[in-house]
Design a protein around this ligand. Structure first.
Ligand SMILES: [Zn+2]
Length: 713
């Protein structure tokens, strides 16, 4: 394997002012967990850390709103996170918290180092001060009238009515949320990180994957949207960014530094350092306080940050600048940020309570935790926003986990118990050969094992590219292949004429189950454990079991030996009753208020497999003739040249195009759509169109001239 032996993996620190929802899970924690679990099973040395992000004005705001204290708030959500993560089996090596003393010390050490290096500049500016409360006001502590839409409850950083981002000085009639007083402007002095000075190396880092002029990481492995967002920041020019705040909740600016009184570290300076303090705490817990260093400071170790798209700039530009300024730390080799998950056609919203909360899911539907993981991975918003629907959740379970995976496993186990006394049958590659499509140099079993190895390797490659949807699909394809293999060889018939052939078929079926049990482990850890226990295989999740399995397969060695005893038949998954789903849908609509403003969501249709896509026959063509249809304002009757034949196509484009406008146009046609009659004319295909921003239909066609009838694939 050409990958580093050691990995430092971090997952975004959840902010301790609300519970976790499914969008958080699929955004950062599931991808990180799959990667961590898989790397461990490949024999890599992995440290996987996370923790609660407990500072910042939003925590104090929440305390104010709940009539509580910041400490009570962070304790409440920290324990909620811990319990939720444990129940959905996120395999952190440690879940730490930024209120810990060790974290305060670590962050202050960073501040001291950067300050003494001369990496900060100090800037004095006017900021709002609440004279009654005797403190400067964070942006969120100031409300007033939005200058853009006149909404009266806009915050100092954003108007939630029109979405504009604001600065406190722009608000009309600002008032303090603390005392209700009108705040006054006072001078205050803060430390800034002059990001403009880091721009040039950051450009080389993001665009070319270089650090100090040397190759550092492979930019081709980074997601386009991550690089795109960073480049757009870099192109706009980076500005000095305040690293301290006037707050009473957070990490103190070290007291020996002049002017530190009343100043706290900016939450975005202290939060990512939380990954380092978590690693230090982990090392202390191991009884080896220096053990964290090899993960952060040894250049043989690869640092990867798993986050949502809202944290890209902090992890790709600001935190690397802090690490580099400090010196002695690795910079990330990748930041595979995900986009957002929507819910039942709406954006997930904490304030509107439009969410599926993880702490409630694990209480109400504990038997479906791995189904939730499955559905969230299958719909992971890796490249674009995706959507959670309860119907989709049920369908993924019933159609894929029950009908495909559980069905395959059950059939093999039932037949093995029935014909071979519940023992792995002795294979004989030279006897009982079945099928005729195996090349001469391979026996039936060799050829099948090779196919299984190739499919396993494809899963491996997808995981190493952070393409977890494709990886999970690859695992499910192994199960589909298993079902097809059973169907083709029909052991229930074969047993009557060829016992050794049947033994070969079921032996291989059991090898497939062994592989599935291992490959499912990073994705569905509980179900994988359950599956393997039914074939009496124990999997140590902290061992190199997958590496070992793949090595054996590559050598052509059997995974499950003949005569190995398996258990009775079982159902790994079962159907989810309609009423369970309906209850959740009802609950969501009862608890949540629908968004009043129309939010744009790209409603993607559900995933289809490649074979389904291949059933489409798309061809290029040219429109030869066009005429208006009688008594149909919207329809044109077209004659399309496909090179090898001409087709009549009725198309609903008459309100966008005159017949003379479309003659000679190159188009793309769905050529194998069942013909249908429209106003008495049989239409033999459908022309692909899209809508431009003005709502006009436009043709989809090749950007260069190609022959009519060319296949589109
Ligand atoms: Zn507004």
């Amino acid at each position: 394997m050409d990958n580093p032996a050691r990995y430092m993996l971090t997952a975004a620190l959840p902010y301790a002012n609300g519970h976790l929802h499914v969008g958080h899970l699929t955004g950062a924690y599931l991808p990180a967990d799959i990667f961590a679990r898989y790397l461990r099973l490949q024999g890599h040395d992995v440290l996987f850390v996370c923790g609660s992000d407990e500072h910042g004005a939003a925590v104090t705001m929440r305390a104010l709103a709940e009539g509580s204290t910041p400490l009570e708030i962070v304790n409440k959500y920290d324990s909620s996170f811990k319990s939720s993560f444990k129940k959905v089996n996120i395999s952190f090596d440690i879940f730490h918290r930024t209120s810990a003393e060790l974290h305060h010390e670590t962050s202050q050490e960073f501040f001291r180092k950067l300050n003494s290096n001369g990496d900060f500049i100090e800037i004095e500016s006017e900021q709002y001060f609440d004279a009654e409360a005797g403190q400067f006001l964070a942006d969120r502590y100031i409300v007033g009238t939005c200058p853009k839409c006149q909404y009266e409850n806009a915050y100092g950083d954003q108007c939630e009515n029109c979405g504009s981002s604001l600065s406190p000085r722009e608000l009309i009639n600002p008032t303090s949320k603390l005392s209700g007083a009108k705040p006054e402007l006072r001078m205050t002095r803060h430390w800034y990180l002059p990001l403009d000075k880091h721009e040039s190396w950051l450009k080389d880092f993001i665009s070319n994957g270089n650090l100090n002029g040397q190759p550092h990481h492979d930019v081709k492995k980074w997601k386009n949207h991550v690089i795109g967002q960073c480049k757009s920041w870099l192109e706009n020019g980076l500005a000095p960014r305040a690293m301290t705040r006037d707050l009473d909740w957070g990490v103190d600016v070290p007291s020996e530094i002049a002017g530190s009184e009343g100043k706290k570290l900016y939450v975005w300076l202290d939060a990512p350092i939380g990954y380092i303090s978590a690693s230090k705490q982990w090392a202390m817990d191991q009884g080896n306080p220096d053990a964290w260093k090899k993960y952060w400071q040894d250049d043989e170790s690869a640092l990867v940050h798993f986050i949502g798209k809202d944290n890209i700039v902090f992890h790709c530009l600001i935190f690397p600048a802090i690490l580099k300024a400090h010196g002695g730390y690795n910079l990330p080799v990748n930041v595979p940020a995900n986009q957002f998950l929507n819910l039942e056609g709406q954006k997930i919203s904490t304030s509107r309570n439009w969410a599926v909360w993880v702490n409630e899911f694990v209480e109400e539907l504990p038997e479906y935790i791995d189904v939730l993981r499955y559905y969230l991975i299958k719909n992971m918003p890796e490249q674009r926003d995706s959507e959670f629907t309860w119907k989709g959740f049920q369908e993924a379970n019933d159609n894929e986990l029950v009908n495909n995976l559980a069905n395959f496993i059950n059939r093999v186990v039932v037949l093995t118990n029935k014909y071979f006394d519940g023992k792995v049958p002795q294979p004989d590659p030279n006897e009982g050969i079945i099928g005729s499509d195996y090349a001469d140099e391979f026996s039936f079993l060799d050829a099948e094992l090779l196919r299984l190895y190739d499919m396993t390797y494809a899963v491996h490659e997808s995981i190493m590219k952070y393409d977890f949807r494709a990886a999970l699909q690859g695992v499910m394809e192994i199960s589909s292949m298993g079902n097809q293999f059973l169907q083709n060889n029909a052991p229930w018939k074969l047993i009557k004429s060829n016992e050794q052939g049947t033994a070969n078929v079921l032996n291989h079926g059991l090898q497939i189950i062994y592989v599935l049990g291992h490959l499912l482990s990073p994705f569905l850890p509980e179900k994988a454990r359950e599956l393997l226990s039914k074939i009496n295989v124990s999997l140590d999740e902290r061992s190199d079991a997958i590496l070992d399995m793949m090595n054996k397969m590559a050598e052509g060695e059997e995974l499950l030996k003949a005569n190995h005893k398996i258990e009775e038949a079982f159902h790994l998954f079962s159907r989810i009753p309609d009423d369970v789903i309906q209850q959740q849908v009802d609950k969501l609509h009862k608890q949540g208020s629908l968004s009043s403003d129309k939010e744009e969501i790209n409603n993607l249709k559900s995933t289809i497999d490649f074979a389904t896509f291949q059933q489409l026959d798309l061809r290029t063509g040219t429109i030869l003739e066009a005429e208006k249809m009688k008594k149909a304002d919207k329809l044109l009757k077209l004659t399309v040249d496909l090179g090898f034949e001409k087709r009549t196509v009725v198309s609903g484009i008459a309100s966008h195009y005159k017949p003379e406008d479309v003659i000679g146009q190159h188009i793309t046609l769905v050529a194998n759509l069942a013909p249908r009659k429209l106003r008495g004319v049989e239409s033999q295909g459908m022309i692909l169109m899209t809508e431009n921003e003005q709502g006009k239909l436009v043709f989809i066609r090749p950007d260069q001239t190609v022959s009519n009838g060319s296949e589109v694939s």
